[in-house]
Design a protein around this ligand. Sequence first.
Ligand code: SF4
Length: 272
Amino acid sequence: MDVQEKLSVLADAAKYDASCSSSGSKKTRPGKGLGSTEGGGICHSYTPDGRCISLLKILLTNHCIFDCKYCINRVSSDVKRARFTVDEVVKLTLDFYRRNYIEGLFLSSGIIRDSDYTMEQLIEVARVLRQDHSFRGYIHLKTIPGAADELVQKAGLYADRLSVNIELPTPADLQKLAPEKNRPQLENNMQQIEVKAQEIKEDRKKGLKSVPVYAPVGQSTQMIIGAMPTSDREILLTSTTLYSKFRLRRVYYSAFSPIPHADARLPGKSRR
Ligand code: SF4
């Protein structure tokens, strides 16, 4: 499969993720280099299918070993699969940036091999862009559920924004529709990002030299609404808790989209 075909598959597969915005970003990384997160065009608008038009919004791969019922990319889904290499994503980002198509990259992924391996691949894309190509544009990385704490924290050294998808409003909803994920683990990932951000802030306050920039646009999350009959009260309670516990910049709400061959517990199917 050539890169263009991969792009068509993996940009389409990324359109279900609503948590893609770099609005309000100031220049975050010092020094000279390629790209900027500020200035005209950095406020984003969304296409009707949810894509943010000024970022290259793709998955590294839509292969996935998990079977989340609401997801078109789950292991049991019969969809066309593709996978970029790290170098392909780096090259695409730089090519699109130089043509002025984008201001940055939004990168997520299905889980290949295991969570740590996949997270390492996402981090490597961002690292190569920042360190080998001096890329100063915006990078939003999704963290991979179940990835090791140190990897989740490391991602913030290269990304402007990190996000951990909480996925569903309640732990019970998550258990029913995405049993391979669990709320404590997702919240722990959010906590690790917040801990690291605070550490770096303290180091800066102390005047330590060479303190790195760390996820300067903070963290966000996404909640799928409408896949389960959860009340508005519970949804808002979850959002409020997440905002206050982890100082999220934003909770995105993503309307559940019916998918082909969906699980019987999802809307549009008879409930078990
Ligand atoms: S882990 Fe992510 S990509 Fe994989 S099935 Fe679940 S939601 Fe989809």
